[in-house]
Design a protein around this ligand. Structure first.
Ligand code: SF4
Length: 418
């Protein structure tokens, strides 16, 4: 859009065209997307055009025209790169684009960026609509990902957050073998990039090579987002996750041997057929594994998935009650873990003058570091932790970090552990 001569504004009143990018993989995401669209329509001034693009369009297609009258243009995923041409013609039958990765315009703060390494998923978990919305996995060529990362680094990005539906399967389609460790090494060599963060690591695809990379790559944050979903082998099989409880126990134990490693996970409660005993076992698993970060949601039956047709659907109030118990348990674990940081030194990347993150926190989903005095946004700051709450810590900046601090910090944390 920028290349086509458009200027970007985040104020609706100033815009000639309002583009709403949507998510639709869960009922709650559909609701949120539709609410966002309705609020845009309610504030629309005469002459403004409203475009809806992304997964909502992919999931519901032409049915959206009836559900959302007043929209000028619906754009499915593969046509998003052709948005300027589509706006010129207002013709949605325009041929699909072959520009799969147009140039980036950063919408995150200047110092971090999400880097998409693959699109689509082949796992077909029984509760998930994403493969039918996003299609099969297509890993981006390594050279293309590295070139994008280099361009982001030149724009000032210091932290790259690797995303895909399943990052650990990167390369299996194009190279017939996992290529994530090779990609991580190539990204680590980019001048200016100091943190690499790995999100959405499928537990069935964490390779030995990746585990060694965590031990040897100084730029790879000692942080893994490992959505395990449940601990019951029976439910994991019904979910079609391709691993069982024993695999999880071994993997978590191996990850814990990586110095300073922090594990984030996601869990589903109330999956069809989940008994009270299986839920109790999940609580016990969480109590033992002591995940450093944890997100959970109540199972949502999505029409079109196998799981939605399964018998034994768990009533909503039971799901909510289980979710509450799980999150209260995790709050206790998190409080204890963060309290142990008080009195220690940590390296923090400042997201703004007042808050930042350690290498163990991803933006938007994990906790924050609150600074006791303002610092320069986008800088790495050495800090002394003075207070901790359930999810956040407060830290006093000691000085701006030098490039050598990353290595020193890792050594300090290792010494602290031993
Ligand atoms: Fe969906 Fe993730 Fe399973 Fe792929 S791995 S089917 S995106 S839940």
């Amino acid at each position: 859009m920028v290349q086509a001569g458009y200027a970007v504004t985040t104020h609706q009143r100033d815009a000639d065209v309002i583009v709403v990018t949507t998510c639709a993989f869960l009922g709650s995401a559909v609701k949120e997307s539709e609410e966002a669209i309705q609020s845009v329509l309610a504030a629309r001034r005469p002459g403004q055009r409203v475009v809806v693009c992304g997964c909502l369009v992919e999931r519901f297609g032409n049915r959206l025209r009836r559900r959302l009258p007043g929209i000028d243009l619906f754009v499915p995923l593969n046509r998003m790169p052709r948005l300027p041409a589509l706006l010129a013609t207002s013709d949605v039958s325009h041929p699909a684009s072959d520009i799969s990765h147009p140039p980036r315009l950063l919408s995150t703060p200047r110092h971090y960026a999400y880097l998409k390494i693959a699109e689509g998923c082949d796992n077909r978990c029984s509760y998930c609509l994403i493969p039918s919305i996003r299609g099969p996995r297509r890993s981006r060529p390594l050279a293309e990902v590295v070139a994008e990362a280099q361009s982001l680094a030149r724009q000032g990005v210091r932290e790259l957050i690797l995303i895909a539906q399943d990052t650990t399967a990167y390369g299996i389609d194009s190279c017939s073998r996992p290529a994530l460790p090779r990609l991580l090494r190539a990204l680590a060599a980019i001048r200016g990039v100091r943190w690499l963060r790995l999100m959405y690591a499928h537990p069935a695809h964490v390779s030995q090579a990746l585990l060694r990379e965590f031990e040897s790559n100084p730029r790879l944050c000692r942080y893994i987002d490992l959505p395990i979903q449940h601990s019951s082998s029976r439910l994991l099989s019904l979910m079609r996750r391709h691993y069982d409880r024993e695999h999880l126990e071994q993997l978590i134990a191996r990850l814990r041997r990586v110095p300073a490693m922090h594990i984030r996970t996601t869990l589903i409660v109330g999956f069809p057929g989940e008994t009270e005993q299986e839920f109790e076992e999940l609580l016990e698993f969480v109590r033992t594994a002591r995940f450093d970060r944890l997100g959970a949601y109540g199972y949502s039956p999505e029409p079109g998935t196998r799981a939605a047709r399964m018998s034994g659907q768990v009533p909503g109030p039971v799901k909510l009650e289980r979710l509450g118990r799980l999150m209260r348990l995790q709050a206790r674990v998190s409080r204890e873990k963060l309290a142990a940081l008080v009195g220690r030194n940590v390296l923090v990347l400042a997201d703004d003058e007042r808050t930042g993150r350690t290498q163990w926190d991803a933006p938007e989903i994990d906790g924050k570091v609150k600074f006791t005095r303002p610092v320069s946004p986008g800088s790495f700051v050495r800090c002394h932790v003075v207070r901790a709450t359930t999810h956040d810590i407060t830290a006093a900046p000691t000085r701006r970090a030098s490039p050598k601090d990353k290595v020193q910090r890792t050594k300090q944390v290792e010494r602290g552990k031993s």
